[in-house]
Design a protein around this ligand. Structure first.
Ligand code: ZN
Ligand code: ZN
Length: 411
């Protein structure tokens, strides 16, 4: 398959599997301004799949950076009502969301963290309905990424920018199973495999998981009672609309107990958080809470994350990703969570997914906390998976099952 054909196959996959556009539907796309050609391809295929109306919004991170640098703090303390009205309304009226990402992993390096925190806080508040529906599969949404120059040259430092772009495109195609054969069929088979893993894991109902590495590191984490393992692949909305929340997606994930994690956890990969790179970092947990931490790079950003609210110091997601996978096989450090989190086992600090708990979406905030479900305005994945990782699950009756061995499935 030629390079341009792969782009077309990718765009088609996004509308067909990503949000499963149905006839008569409205589709809302966001896209980096630099990738307008790819954005147009997505719009075209969405119409071809039967969309009634496709709206695309191009965003420019360079102007976002200028706003952060020049506008006063007060600007970030309010959220435009019309934007909230639009997104909340779309979420409630079955619009399919396609978010095309692609940014410089260090675009916001050095900006005033107070402005970013303020922005995130008002956004979280103003878009409450939108986020609630997003986390409970109330509408179809799909996040994918395309290369941008500023991103590509950071992934391949020293490389000619044009070649870096091509290499990043190829990495994305490989990670997303775009190549020989029908990508849609491959994705459906992949979703079935992941769902099978979830069923087994959910049936075991582990009380806790024990992470060990050859280095001797040891990390036990509790899982909430009545948890469910889930995938972001081929999700079913109540009305039958199917979608893939993320592409790529290699993970199965569940809900850790916010009160039970113990010991030191060392990150396996760097993390781009709010446009700042955090590298060589670690946390020490006690009773589920981060009580000590450090980073060789990006300590300030890490501090800002942990100090944003109580929930940011506790775990909200526990995800298993086998090695190898099409993402890991690219052997690229993407510096973009969408890809890197799908190359390695990870945890998230911050908000849980309520659907990971039986009855969770119908519980009040107090009930969720009581069940051990974490609440926060943040949800930040960080990678812990290595090739020597072993994970043993302990069931309520004390029986143990080896879930992971040498970084991959042991069942
Ligand atoms: Zn995850
Ligand atoms: Zn996550």
């Amino acid at each position: 398959m030629q390079f341009e054909e792969r782009k077309e196959a990718y765009a088609r996959l996004i509308v067909k599997a990503g949000v499963h556009v149905r006839s008569g539907q409205t589709v809302y796309v966001t896209c980096p301004i630099e990738a307008y050609e790819f954005g147009r391809l997505v719009v075209k295929y969405a119409y071809e799949e039967g969309a009634e109306r496709v709206e695309i919004e191009y965003n420019d991170e360079v102007t976002s950076r200028m706003t952060l640098d020049y506008a006063p703090l007060s600007v970030f303390e309010t959220f435009p009502e019309w934007t909230a009205l639009k997104l909340n309304t779309y979420a409630k009226t079955d619009v399919a969301f396609i978010h095309i990402a692609g940014s410089d992993p260090e675009i916001f390096k050095g900006v005033d963290m107070k402005k970013l925190s303020a922005l995130q806080k008002v956004r979280h508040e103003a878009l409450k309905e939108y986020y609630k529906l997003q986390s409970t599969m109330g509408f179809k949404w799909n996040i994918v990424a395309v290369p941008t120059r500023a991103w590509a040259v950071k992934v391949f430092p020293g490389e000619n920018p044009d070649i870096a772009m091509t290499r990043l495109w190829n990495g994305i195609f490989g990670a997303c199973r775009i190549g020989e054969g029908d990508a849609y069929e491959k994705w459906m088979a992949h979703a079935d495999d992941l769902k099978g893993r979830c069923e087994k894991l959910t049936a075991w109902q582990f009380d806790s998981l024990h992470y060990t590495r050859a280095s001797g590191s040891d990390f036990p984490v509790g899982l909430v009672y009545n948890h469910r393992w889930e995938v972001g692949a081929d999700l079913d909305r109540t009305d039958g609309g199917r979608f893939f929340a993320n592409m790529p997606t290699e993970e199965v994930f569940t809900m850790p107990d916010r009160r039970r994690a113990e010991g030191k956890l060392v990150a396996a990969l760097p993390l781009s958080y709010r446009g700042t790179l955090i590298d060589k970092f670690w946390f020490v947990f006690h009773d589920g809470k981060v009580v000590d931490y450090g980073a060789e790079k990006g300590q300030e950003a890490l501090k800002a994350l942990l100090e944003s609210d109580e929930g940011s110091t506790r775990l909200g997601e526990c995800a298993l990703v086998p090695y190898p996978s099409p993402v890991a096989e690219q052997n690229i450090l993407f510096l973009e969570t969408l890809f890197d989190e799908n190359a390695a086992c990870h945890f998230a600090l911050g908000a849980c997914y309520e659907t990971n708990l039986v009855g969770g979406p119908d519980m009040t905030e107090e009930e969720l906390l009581e069940h051990g479900a974490n609440q926060s305005m943040n949800h930040v994945d960080f990678m812990v998976g290595t090739k020597d990782l072993k994970i043993v699950g302990t069931r309520e009756n004390g029986e143990t099952v080896t879930v992971f061995e040498n970084g991959t499935w042991a069942f």
